[in-house]
Write a protein that binds this ligand. Sequence first.
Ligand SMILES: [Zn+2]
Length: 259
Amino acid sequence: MPLKTNDYTIFWVGFLLTGKMDKTSRFYQSSYETISQPKKGNAQFFYKKGQWYFSFSLSFEIESQKTGSKSIGVDRGLKYITVAGEKETGKYLAFNGKQLGHIRLRFSNLRRALQQTKNIKALKRLENKEQRILQYWNHVISKKIIQFAKECGASIIKLEDLSFIRSMKKHWKRSDRNIHSWAFFDLETKLTYKAQLAKLEVQKVNPYKTSQECSSCGNTQKKNRRGSLYTCSCGHKQNADVNASFVISTRPSIQTTAA
Ligand SMILES: [Zn+2]
């Protein structure tokens, strides 16, 4: 039977079968050295749209990392703009997601139309399709954020705690809420496992008014944020998402870490 796979899968399957990592692979990272022998997890054989799929998981342990203190902050925006920033050097990495904006708007309109006609089946199909696209982008974005953290010499990636996200939901169209929440959570999941593989730590911070706080003087003023610009009376002036990422990077972790 002809079988289709990709290099990334082959890299991990090779590790599972031989117990050795292919160090010549472009997917290999030096931090993988401390990964334990992998174990095969649940496997699934399923049929979808005229094709058979085989999926399985593999699990392994990673030595717990000693962490330094340098952090980057990641701001996940409503228009799917994600900004990672390192306050000390002022460096940041921004995903403006322009093409993605069009895609999201198209899906948003389609979804609303289907919800009105109560076409649940078509709605589910649409959601699956959109999730696949978002998953792809979340892979790309999380990978680039990890690279950025490493370039900055940071060992901690700080994110806003999603359990507080309820307050953001009121800014979202009702029909878009599920997929937005899902996309935020998916990025967090991908970022967390990629961070573990790269020996970085993901920490959650309180998101309270991160977009209104000045990353330079700490003053919090709603009027300081006007559209995409943040302007403070202390003289600090910056792109609002970059400012928010700096604020996030300096907030204390609220994650209760297991000892
Ligand atoms: Zn200020």
